[in-house]
Design a protein around this ligand. Structure first.
Ligand code: AMP
Ligand code: MG
Length: 348
Protein backbone atom coordinates (compact mmCIF):
# COMPACT_ATOMS: atom_id res chain seq x y z
CA UNK A 1 0.00 0.00 0.00
CA UNK A 2 1.28 3.49 -0.85
CA UNK A 3 0.80 5.84 2.12
CA UNK A 4 -0.29 9.36 1.13
CA UNK A 5 1.50 12.11 3.10
CA UNK A 6 -0.75 15.18 3.44
CA UNK A 7 1.17 18.29 4.51
CA UNK A 8 -1.04 20.49 6.68
CA UNK A 9 1.74 22.16 8.67
CA UNK A 10 0.59 25.53 7.28
CA UNK A 11 -3.14 24.93 7.68
CA UNK A 12 -5.90 22.59 6.58
CA UNK A 13 -5.78 21.43 2.95
CA UNK A 14 -9.49 21.09 2.16
CA UNK A 15 -9.00 18.70 -0.78
CA UNK A 16 -6.81 16.35 1.26
CA UNK A 17 -9.16 16.61 4.24
CA UNK A 18 -12.06 15.50 2.06
CA UNK A 19 -9.95 12.57 0.89
CA UNK A 20 -9.07 11.66 4.50
CA UNK A 21 -12.78 11.68 5.38
CA UNK A 22 -13.58 9.39 2.45
CA UNK A 23 -10.80 6.96 3.39
CA UNK A 24 -12.24 6.74 6.92
CA UNK A 25 -15.84 6.31 5.70
CA UNK A 26 -14.58 3.51 3.42
CA UNK A 27 -12.99 1.70 6.38
CA UNK A 28 -9.39 2.83 5.83
CA UNK A 29 -6.79 4.26 8.24
CA UNK A 30 -5.48 7.83 8.57
CA UNK A 31 -2.82 9.01 11.06
CA UNK A 32 -3.36 12.54 12.36
CA UNK A 33 -1.98 15.06 14.84
CA UNK A 34 -3.65 15.80 18.18
CA UNK A 35 -2.43 18.05 21.00
CA UNK A 36 -1.05 14.99 22.87
CA UNK A 37 0.56 12.58 20.35
CA UNK A 38 -0.19 11.45 16.77
CA UNK A 39 -3.18 9.09 16.52
CA UNK A 40 -3.96 6.26 14.09
CA UNK A 41 -7.61 6.78 13.13
CA UNK A 42 -10.28 4.41 11.81
CA UNK A 43 -14.09 4.46 11.96
CA UNK A 44 -14.91 3.51 15.58
CA UNK A 45 -18.35 2.16 14.68
CA UNK A 46 -16.94 -0.19 12.01
CA UNK A 47 -15.67 -3.43 13.57
CA UNK A 48 -13.50 -4.18 10.55
CA UNK A 49 -11.78 -0.76 10.68
CA UNK A 50 -10.92 -1.35 14.36
CA UNK A 51 -9.40 -4.73 13.49
CA UNK A 52 -7.26 -3.01 10.83
CA UNK A 53 -5.91 -0.62 13.48
CA UNK A 54 -4.80 -3.52 15.69
CA UNK A 55 -3.18 -5.24 12.70
CA UNK A 56 -1.31 -2.12 11.49
CA UNK A 57 0.14 -1.47 14.95
CA UNK A 58 0.66 -5.09 15.96
CA UNK A 59 -1.41 -4.19 19.04
CA UNK A 60 -2.81 -6.94 21.32
CA UNK A 61 -6.57 -7.10 20.62
CA UNK A 62 -7.53 -6.94 24.32
CA UNK A 63 -6.16 -3.38 24.51
CA UNK A 64 -9.17 -1.10 23.85
CA UNK A 65 -9.14 1.99 21.62
CA UNK A 66 -10.12 5.55 22.55
CA UNK A 67 -13.07 6.92 20.50
CA UNK A 68 -12.46 10.52 19.37
CA UNK A 69 -15.36 12.92 18.87
CA UNK A 70 -15.43 16.57 17.78
CA UNK A 71 -18.75 17.64 19.30
CA UNK A 72 -19.92 17.06 22.88
CA UNK A 73 -23.42 15.98 21.81
CA UNK A 74 -21.94 13.06 19.86
CA UNK A 75 -21.18 11.43 23.23
CA UNK A 76 -24.86 10.78 23.96
CA UNK A 77 -25.20 8.48 20.93
CA UNK A 78 -22.54 5.95 21.94
CA UNK A 79 -22.99 5.59 25.73
CA UNK A 80 -25.77 4.25 27.98
CA UNK A 81 -26.04 7.53 29.86
CA UNK A 82 -24.12 10.76 30.35
CA UNK A 83 -23.70 11.28 34.11
CA UNK A 84 -23.40 14.77 35.61
CA UNK A 85 -19.69 14.13 36.29
CA UNK A 86 -19.12 13.62 32.55
CA UNK A 87 -20.84 16.92 31.73
CA UNK A 88 -18.77 18.72 34.36
CA UNK A 89 -15.51 17.18 33.11
CA UNK A 90 -16.35 18.05 29.50
CA UNK A 91 -17.20 21.64 30.47
CA UNK A 92 -13.88 22.00 32.22
CA UNK A 93 -11.49 20.10 29.92
CA UNK A 94 -12.98 19.48 26.43
CA UNK A 95 -11.71 19.96 23.87
CA UNK A 96 -8.52 18.83 25.59
CA UNK A 97 -6.18 16.07 26.80
CA UNK A 98 -8.70 14.21 28.98
CA UNK A 99 -10.38 10.87 28.17
CA UNK A 100 -13.38 9.54 30.09
CA UNK A 101 -14.60 5.96 30.45
CA UNK A 102 -18.39 5.38 30.39
CA UNK A 103 -20.73 2.43 29.80
CA UNK A 104 -21.06 1.92 26.04
CA UNK A 105 -24.22 1.21 24.05
CA UNK A 106 -24.66 -1.24 21.16
CA UNK A 107 -23.46 1.15 18.47
CA UNK A 108 -19.87 0.66 19.60
CA UNK A 109 -18.54 -2.72 18.45
CA UNK A 110 -16.70 -4.97 20.92
CA UNK A 111 -13.65 -4.95 18.63
CA UNK A 112 -13.25 -1.22 19.35
CA UNK A 113 -13.41 -1.70 23.15
CA UNK A 114 -11.31 -4.87 23.28
CA UNK A 115 -14.35 -6.83 24.46
CA UNK A 116 -15.23 -4.46 27.32
CA UNK A 117 -18.74 -3.08 27.98
CA UNK A 118 -17.23 0.36 28.63
CA UNK A 119 -15.86 2.86 26.13
CA UNK A 120 -13.12 5.50 26.37
CA UNK A 121 -14.03 8.85 24.73
CA UNK A 122 -12.08 12.04 24.06
CA UNK A 123 -12.63 15.36 22.24
CA UNK A 124 -9.17 16.52 21.11
CA UNK A 125 -8.05 20.14 21.03
CA UNK A 126 -6.55 20.29 17.54
CA UNK A 127 -8.27 21.79 14.50
CA UNK A 128 -6.88 19.23 12.04
CA UNK A 129 -8.04 16.37 14.29
CA UNK A 130 -11.50 17.86 14.75
CA UNK A 131 -11.98 18.52 11.01
CA UNK A 132 -10.88 14.96 10.22
CA UNK A 133 -13.18 13.39 12.83
CA UNK A 134 -16.17 15.26 11.40
CA UNK A 135 -15.20 14.42 7.80
CA UNK A 136 -14.83 10.75 8.77
CA UNK A 137 -18.29 10.34 10.30
CA UNK A 138 -17.86 11.75 13.81
CA UNK A 139 -16.50 8.71 15.69
CA UNK A 140 -12.83 7.91 15.15
CA UNK A 141 -11.07 5.16 17.12
CA UNK A 142 -7.45 6.15 17.52
CA UNK A 143 -4.58 4.72 19.53
CA UNK A 144 -1.16 6.33 19.30
CA UNK A 145 0.19 5.95 15.74
CA UNK A 146 3.27 3.88 16.59
CA UNK A 147 4.14 0.22 16.20
CA UNK A 148 3.03 -1.43 19.44
CA UNK A 149 5.81 -1.25 22.05
CA UNK A 150 7.68 1.69 20.48
CA UNK A 151 7.58 5.21 21.93
CA UNK A 152 4.46 7.18 20.89
CA UNK A 153 4.95 9.47 17.85
CA UNK A 154 5.18 13.22 18.41
CA UNK A 155 5.94 14.12 14.76
CA UNK A 156 4.63 12.87 11.40
CA UNK A 157 8.15 11.56 10.68
CA UNK A 158 7.89 9.21 13.70
CA UNK A 159 4.59 7.88 12.29
CA UNK A 160 6.18 7.37 8.87
CA UNK A 161 9.15 5.53 10.42
CA UNK A 162 6.74 3.00 11.99
CA UNK A 163 3.74 2.73 9.66
CA UNK A 164 4.73 3.79 6.12
CA UNK A 165 3.13 1.37 3.64
CA UNK A 166 0.75 -0.05 6.29
CA UNK A 167 -1.88 2.73 6.39
CA UNK A 168 -3.68 4.88 3.80
CA UNK A 169 -2.67 8.40 4.82
CA UNK A 170 -0.57 10.42 7.28
CA UNK A 171 -1.61 14.02 7.94
CA UNK A 172 1.43 16.10 8.93
CA UNK A 173 0.42 18.90 11.31
CA UNK A 174 3.92 19.57 12.68
CA UNK A 175 5.23 18.59 16.13
CA UNK A 176 2.63 18.11 18.90
CA UNK A 177 2.28 20.49 21.85
CA UNK A 178 2.05 18.24 24.92
CA UNK A 179 3.83 15.03 23.98
CA UNK A 180 2.32 12.57 26.46
CA UNK A 181 -1.04 10.81 26.08
CA UNK A 182 -4.33 12.06 27.58
CA UNK A 183 -5.32 11.65 31.22
CA UNK A 184 -7.83 8.77 31.46
CA UNK A 185 -10.63 9.14 34.05
CA UNK A 186 -12.91 6.16 34.72
CA UNK A 187 -16.41 7.37 35.61
CA UNK A 188 -17.86 3.85 35.92
CA UNK A 189 -16.26 3.48 39.39
CA UNK A 190 -18.05 4.71 42.55
CA UNK A 191 -15.25 7.20 43.03
CA UNK A 192 -13.78 8.52 39.73
CA UNK A 193 -10.43 6.83 39.14
CA UNK A 194 -7.46 7.95 37.05
CA UNK A 195 -6.27 5.01 34.95
CA UNK A 196 -3.47 6.94 33.22
CA UNK A 197 -1.94 10.24 34.41
CA UNK A 198 -1.56 13.04 31.86
CA UNK A 199 -1.50 16.80 31.42
CA UNK A 200 -4.80 17.18 33.31
CA UNK A 201 -3.51 16.37 36.80
CA UNK A 202 -5.16 15.17 40.03
CA UNK A 203 -5.54 18.69 41.45
CA UNK A 204 -7.32 19.88 38.29
CA UNK A 205 -9.67 16.87 38.37
CA UNK A 206 -10.42 17.26 42.09
CA UNK A 207 -11.33 20.91 41.45
CA UNK A 208 -14.19 19.64 39.25
CA UNK A 209 -15.15 16.24 40.69
CA UNK A 210 -14.24 16.44 44.37
CA UNK A 211 -12.89 13.03 45.40
CA UNK A 212 -10.71 11.30 42.77
CA UNK A 213 -8.46 8.23 43.17
CA UNK A 214 -5.37 7.11 41.27
CA UNK A 215 -5.52 3.49 40.08
CA UNK A 216 -3.48 1.65 42.75
CA UNK A 217 -2.33 -0.85 40.10
CA UNK A 218 -0.48 1.87 38.16
CA UNK A 219 2.73 2.19 40.09
CA UNK A 220 3.14 -1.37 41.16
CA UNK A 221 6.26 -3.19 39.98
CA UNK A 222 4.49 -6.47 40.89
CA UNK A 223 3.57 -8.16 37.56
CA UNK A 224 0.59 -9.90 39.22
CA UNK A 225 -1.05 -6.62 40.26
CA UNK A 226 -2.60 -5.22 37.07
CA UNK A 227 -3.65 -1.64 36.39
CA UNK A 228 -7.32 -1.36 35.28
CA UNK A 229 -6.58 0.10 31.82
CA UNK A 230 -5.53 -3.01 29.86
CA UNK A 231 -2.93 -1.02 27.92
CA UNK A 232 -1.04 0.10 31.02
CA UNK A 233 0.13 -3.44 31.78
CA UNK A 234 2.26 -3.72 28.67
CA UNK A 235 5.87 -2.57 28.64
CA UNK A 236 4.98 0.33 26.37
CA UNK A 237 7.15 3.23 25.34
CA UNK A 238 10.23 1.10 25.32
CA UNK A 239 13.48 2.24 23.74
CA UNK A 240 15.62 -0.55 22.24
CA UNK A 241 18.47 -0.11 24.75
CA UNK A 242 17.88 -0.78 28.46
CA UNK A 243 17.04 2.43 30.31
CA UNK A 244 17.81 3.17 33.97
CA UNK A 245 16.49 6.20 35.87
CA UNK A 246 18.63 7.83 38.57
CA UNK A 247 16.68 9.72 41.22
CA UNK A 248 17.85 12.03 44.02
CA UNK A 249 19.42 15.46 44.63
CA UNK A 250 20.63 17.04 41.35
CA UNK A 251 24.39 16.96 42.08
CA UNK A 252 24.33 13.35 43.27
CA UNK A 253 22.32 12.26 40.24
CA UNK A 254 24.88 13.76 37.84
CA UNK A 255 27.76 12.16 39.79
CA UNK A 256 26.08 8.74 39.76
CA UNK A 257 25.24 8.82 36.05
CA UNK A 258 28.83 9.94 35.29
CA UNK A 259 30.19 7.01 37.29
CA UNK A 260 27.90 4.48 35.58
CA UNK A 261 28.55 5.94 32.11
CA UNK A 262 32.33 5.84 32.62
CA UNK A 263 32.14 2.18 33.69
CA UNK A 264 30.00 1.21 30.70
CA UNK A 265 32.19 3.10 28.21
CA UNK A 266 35.26 1.37 29.60
CA UNK A 267 33.46 -1.91 28.88
CA UNK A 268 32.94 -0.84 25.25
CA UNK A 269 29.28 0.15 25.52
CA UNK A 270 27.71 3.14 23.75
CA UNK A 271 25.99 5.26 26.41
CA UNK A 272 23.10 7.70 25.99
CA UNK A 273 22.26 10.21 28.74
CA UNK A 274 18.94 12.07 29.14
CA UNK A 275 19.78 15.35 30.89
CA UNK A 276 18.13 18.79 31.13
CA UNK A 277 19.16 22.28 29.96
CA UNK A 278 20.29 22.87 33.54
CA UNK A 279 22.56 19.79 33.75
CA UNK A 280 23.63 18.82 30.22
CA UNK A 281 26.98 20.67 30.32
CA UNK A 282 28.02 18.86 33.52
CA UNK A 283 28.47 15.44 31.87
CA UNK A 284 31.84 14.28 30.50
CA UNK A 285 30.80 10.83 29.25
CA UNK A 286 28.25 9.41 26.84
CA UNK A 287 26.05 11.02 24.21
CA UNK A 288 24.20 13.66 26.23
CA UNK A 289 20.81 14.98 25.09
CA UNK A 290 18.83 17.65 26.89
CA UNK A 291 15.15 16.83 27.12
CA UNK A 292 14.19 20.43 27.97
CA UNK A 293 14.21 22.79 30.93
CA UNK A 294 13.13 21.97 34.49
CA UNK A 295 11.90 25.58 34.65
CA UNK A 296 9.41 24.90 31.83
CA UNK A 297 8.07 21.39 32.33
CA UNK A 298 6.01 21.19 29.13
CA UNK A 299 9.33 21.17 27.19
CA UNK A 300 10.18 17.91 28.99
CA UNK A 301 6.94 16.11 28.04
CA UNK A 302 7.17 17.43 24.46
CA UNK A 303 10.59 15.88 23.90
CA UNK A 304 10.40 12.65 25.94
CA UNK A 305 9.35 10.21 23.21
CA UNK A 306 11.46 11.93 20.52
CA UNK A 307 14.61 11.47 22.62
CA UNK A 308 13.90 7.77 23.18
CA UNK A 309 13.48 7.35 19.41
CA UNK A 310 16.62 9.37 18.73
CA UNK A 311 18.67 7.07 20.97
CA UNK A 312 17.21 4.08 19.07
CA UNK A 313 18.43 5.65 15.80
CA UNK A 314 21.89 6.29 17.26
CA UNK A 315 22.06 2.65 18.36
CA UNK A 316 23.22 3.37 21.91
CA UNK A 317 23.47 0.18 23.97
CA UNK A 318 22.50 1.62 27.35
CA UNK A 319 20.59 4.76 28.46
CA UNK A 320 20.61 6.65 31.77
CA UNK A 321 18.06 9.32 32.58
CA UNK A 322 17.68 11.85 35.34
CA UNK A 323 14.31 11.69 37.16
CA UNK A 324 11.94 14.63 36.60
CA UNK A 325 10.07 15.74 39.69
CA UNK A 326 8.10 18.37 37.74
CA UNK A 327 5.19 19.33 40.03
CA UNK A 328 2.43 19.74 37.44
CA UNK A 329 3.31 17.11 34.87
CA UNK A 330 5.57 15.03 37.10
CA UNK A 331 3.32 12.02 37.45
CA UNK A 332 2.57 11.90 33.74
CA UNK A 333 6.23 12.10 32.72
CA UNK A 334 7.56 9.73 35.39
CA UNK A 335 4.77 7.21 34.71
CA UNK A 336 5.94 6.96 31.06
CA UNK A 337 9.63 7.03 31.92
CA UNK A 338 9.36 4.35 34.63
CA UNK A 339 7.51 2.09 32.20
CA UNK A 340 10.10 2.72 29.49
CA UNK A 341 12.71 1.72 32.07
CA UNK A 342 10.84 -1.44 33.06
CA UNK A 343 10.91 -0.10 36.66
CA UNK A 344 14.73 0.11 36.83
CA UNK A 345 15.29 3.07 39.17
CA UNK A 346 18.44 3.81 41.20
CA UNK A 347 18.00 6.11 44.21
CA UNK A 348 21.06 8.13 45.31
P1 AMP B 1 -3.55 4.61 23.40
O1 AMP B 1 -4.75 4.90 22.59
O2 AMP B 1 -2.51 3.80 22.72
O3 AMP B 1 -3.03 5.87 24.00
O4 AMP B 1 -4.07 3.71 24.60
C1 AMP B 1 -5.37 3.86 25.12
C2 AMP B 1 -5.36 3.50 26.57
O5 AMP B 1 -6.71 3.59 27.07
C3 AMP B 1 -4.89 2.09 26.84
O6 AMP B 1 -4.11 2.04 28.00
C4 AMP B 1 -6.22 1.36 27.04
O7 AMP B 1 -6.06 0.20 27.80
C5 AMP B 1 -7.06 2.42 27.74
N1 AMP B 1 -8.50 2.19 27.56
C6 AMP B 1 -9.23 2.38 26.44
N2 AMP B 1 -10.53 2.03 26.62
C7 AMP B 1 -10.63 1.61 27.90
C8 AMP B 1 -11.72 1.09 28.69
N3 AMP B 1 -12.95 0.96 28.19
N4 AMP B 1 -11.44 0.75 29.97
C9 AMP B 1 -10.19 0.89 30.48
N5 AMP B 1 -9.13 1.36 29.77
C10 AMP B 1 -9.33 1.72 28.50
MG1 MG C 1 -0.17 4.01 22.72
Amino acid sequence: MKTIIADMTHGIDEGMMKKAGQILLDGGLVAFPTETVYGLGGNALDAEASRKIYAAKGRPSDNPLIVHIADFDALRDIVKEVPQAAKDLADAFWPGPMTMILNKNDRVPMSTTGGLSTVAVRFPDNEIADAMILAGGGYIAAPSANTSGRPSPTTAKHVQDDLDGRIDMIIDGGPVGIGVESTIVDLTEDIPMVLRPGYINMDMLRGVLGEVRMDPGLHSADPNFHPKAPGMKYRHYAPKAPLTIVEGPADKVVAKIEELAAEKEAAGEKVGIIATDESAALYRHGTVKSIGSRAEEITISMHLYGILRDFDDRKVSVIYSEAFDTPKLGQAIMNRLIKAAGHQVIKV
